[in-house]
Design a protein around this ligand. Structure first.
Ligand SMILES: Nc1nc2c(c(=O)[nH]1)N[C@H]1C(S)=C(S)[C@@H](COP(=O)(O)O)O[C@H]1N2
Ligand SMILES: [Mo]
Length: 393
């Protein structure tokens, strides 16, 4: 150190840097990149230290709205530090009227909405794939539901007036880096293209609030996209730029990564970007490996979601999928947000191992597959996973 801390503070204040430094300190407290800090996220399961990736423990999924500090974190690069006063969102490309918007501009548009939307990472459940595959080994907890505050993406698009022929909206984050595997074209930002018809739907937001609080740095402060019904990779955090495009985006994050093999008719398989969340039910209580009392009723509780569709039913099987009985759904069931479900299990009187299966069917009649489809590569994981339990007398 070339001077004392006090001298340094005085110097930075003179230079007008104190404000920025305060923000840097605030960010460091919230998101200590590169340091283990269990205090900051009590109870979270660390899936990767750097950049930080955190899974929500099952117990914290019992809250209908998962608090930010318990909401899973999926980061590809270090969290960018953004000064909210300096922050501008640029909206350019194939538009009549390119714009730069401050946070206040967005908040004063008169278009603010609050909406509950569930985010699920496309790799959620990867640890259950057999044989094991590369990638973060998420259990059940790379999913969460929150109430988001922001403006519809449609309201911003209306102001820039996309030109005829605009087909996609490319969302670009402020975070960037070089990806090693498979290698990227040097340093790239995190980004994702959304077809303009989807982008204009009311479930697509530019959000600054989560459960009534400003976003924390980990979840995209000061502004993120929330693309309701789609896997999490489309909900770009630290949103910096929106580029309206007259062609489909073929960037790293929807070709090399977050893509699956689609088959139709006789055509050879095509690599397609991941989009809508598949139906899924998870059990929260009892937990895997739990010991349950023989001959007594047991409340089985869980959550279910189905992306763009509403959950139509959740069923439970205790005989490996031969017979199913319907669980009770918490009302109202709404698309884009998850639903709580409950089922009373009359635990058999004989001690020994037992398995539970839960499955979700959505309003379009889609349900969960029993077998894993390898065309999905390492994503969209919603095949049935047996919950192993022990009945004790
Ligand atoms: N800028 C940026 N946005 C991002 C990511 C990222 O690494 N950078 N990760 C995406 C992925 S893969 C997911 S699942 C969600 C997770 O959002 P969360 O961390 O708030 O739960 O953010 C998405 N948005
Ligand atoms: Mo993700």
């Amino acid at each position: 150190m070339f001077c004392t801390r006090r001298e340094w503070l005085a110097a930075t204040a003179t230079l007008g840097l104190a404000h920025r430094r305060l923000w840097a300190e605030a960010d460091t407290r919230d998101e200590p990149e590169g340091e283990a800090s269990p205090e900051a996220f009590p109870g979270m399961i660390v899936r990767m230290e750097q950049p930080r990736n955190l899974e929500t423990p099952l117990a914290a999924l019992r809250r209908r709205r998962v608090p930010q500090e318990h909401f899973f974190v999926r980061n590809h690069f270090p969290v960018p530090k953004i000064d909210p006063q300096q922050y501008r969102l640029s909206v350019t490309g194939h538009v009549e009227r390119p714009l730069e918007l401050s946070l206040a501009d967005l908040q004063n548009m008169g278009a603010t909405v609050r909406r509950e939307i569930t985010l699920e990472c496309a790799g959620n459940g990867r640890v259950f794939l057999v044989p094991a595959v590369r990638g973060l080994q998420w259990g059940f907890g790379a999913v969460g539901n929150a109430e988001w505050t922001g403006v519809p993406l449609a309201a911003v698009l209306e102001r820039v007036r996309p030109k005829a022929g605009a087909v996609e909206v490319i969302l670009v984050g402020a975070d960037a880096g070089a990806v090693a595997d498979p290698p990227s074209a040097g340093v790239i930002p995190f980004d994702r293209g959304i077809p303009i018809d989807k982008a204009r739907r009311e479930e697509c937001l530019l959000a600054w609030g989560m459960n009534g609080e400003p976003l924390t740095p980990a979840h995209g402060f000061p502004l993120r996209a929330v693309i309701g019904g789609w896997y999490g990779m489309a909900s770009v955090k630290w949103l910096q730029r929106i580029v309206v495009s007259d062609r489909s985006h073929t960037g790293y994050w929807q070709t090399f990564d977050y893509a699956f093999w689609e088959r139709s008719g006789d055509a050879p398989p095509r690599l397609m970007p991941l989009t809508a969340i598949q139906p899924k039910a998870i059990v929260i209580v009892p937990t895997p490996g739990a010991v349950v009392a023989a001959g007594r009723p047991l409340a089985v509780v869980g959550r279910a979601w189905a992306g763009e569709a509403a959950v139509a039913k959740v069923e439970v099987s205790t005989d490996g999928g031969r017979t199913w009985s319907a669980a009770h759904l918490e009302e109202p069931v709404q698309p884009f947000a998850w639903t709580a479900w409950k089922w009373t299990w009359n635990v058999p009187p004989t001690p020994g191992p037992a398995t539970l299966l839960a499955r979700c069917t959505d309003a379009r009649g889609r349900t969960q597959p029993t077998q894993r489809d390898p065309d999905r590569r390492t994503y969209m994981i919603n095949h049935l996973v047996p919950l192993e339990l022990i009945i004790r007398g």
